[in-house]
Design a protein around this ligand. Structure first.
Ligand code: 13P
Length: 290
């Protein structure tokens, strides 16, 4: 599993982490990856995983791995406690993101260290490989369409010195950083990345950690491309998939108000989500990397 991100780091592309909460969204993500021969990360937040079922998500991803031969990592997105991490690890997830970014720095350090210690024990005892991601900086927003203007303060951004300290003291495999990114799509004012800050963070941490860009929806493509050139190896996408899903469903319901067959009603959603994933895979440069 870690090899998937190592290869991306070495060859300067990024692997997309796409959130799902229903079977047809996962199917659309996998279909796009299969067509473009791309490795992918399928992700559930705590809420999405609870809705889908943790073991059910593991089983479904396993089926898709067998059916397609693709490297697919199943990741918990924004786990907020060690108890939650333990739950998904027991279910069989391959990657966990512990988000302690809302905690004071010392507490984030301590709690992330506890998570890493637990994961390393599981890896040793059960001969498994599990990727652990930590987070530093204040990531604003939520994965939806926002009417208000996005304002990111200098103090929200991840500090390069703290990033190095955090990576060395916790031993995380990946680090989510804040460089102007935010969750969601903002109608007023786009998300502009602070690429200089990213370069400084990369300079500080080198190849010790996989750098992760959350809030990938709504960031101009040119900025995402440059961020990948500067060292981002995982980009998280959720809101654009949600918007595509809803647009597809709205269209079907408007055009066929009497339709009652779920697989017909969901056909457009499937196609719209697949289209977004294809675009992102091409943008991230992970096409033909399996
Ligand atoms: P977006 O909803 O902005 O795409 O962010 C997704 C994300 O970062 C999941 O962790």
């Amino acid at each position: 599993m870690k090899e998937i991100l190592k290869k991306a780091q070495k060859e300067h592309y990024a692997v997309g982490a796409f959130n799902f909460s229903t079977a047809e969204i996962l199917k659309a993500i996998v279909a796009a990856a299969k067509e473009l021969k791309s490795p992918i990360i399928a992700a559930t937040s705590e809420g999405e995983g609870k809705f889908f079922g943790w073991r059910e998500a593991v089983a479904m991803v396993e089926v898709w791995r067998h059916a397609t031969g693709l490297p697919i990592i199943l990741n918990l997105d924004h786990g907020k406690s060690l108890a939650m991490i333990k739950k998904v690890v027991a279910a069989g997830y391959n990657a966990v993101h512990f988000d302690g970014s809302g905690l004071p720095y010392a507490q984030n350090l301590t709690e992330t260290c506890d998570v890493v210690k637990y994961i390393r024990e599981v890896e040793k005892t059960f001969d498994r490989q599990i990727i652990v991601e930590g987070e530093l900086g204040y990531l604003r927003g939520a994965s939806s369409l926002h009417k208000e203007k996005l304002e990111i303060k200098e103090s929200d951004l991840t500090s390069p010195e703290q990033a190095l300290d955090f990576v060395e003291r916790t031993g995380v495999d990946s680090l989510a950083i804040v460089i102007g990114n935010a969750h969601g799509v903002f109608k007023a004012g786009e998300e502009k990345l602070h690429l200089r800050r990213l370069a400084e963070i990369k300079e500080a941490v080198g190849d010790k950690v996989f750098l992760v860009l959350h809030g990938g929806s709504g960031i101009p493509a040119g900025d995402v491309k440059k961020a990948i050139e500067l060292g981002i190896v995982k980009v998280n996408i959720n809101t654009e998939l949600r918007l595509a899903y809803k647009a597809g469903l709205d269209k079907e319901l408007a055009e066929h108000p009497d339709e009652t067959t779920p697989y017909k009603l969901l056909e457009s959603s499937f196609e719209e989500v697949k289209k977004v994933v294809e675009e992102k895979i091409k943008l991230f440069g992970s096409e033909n990397k399996v």
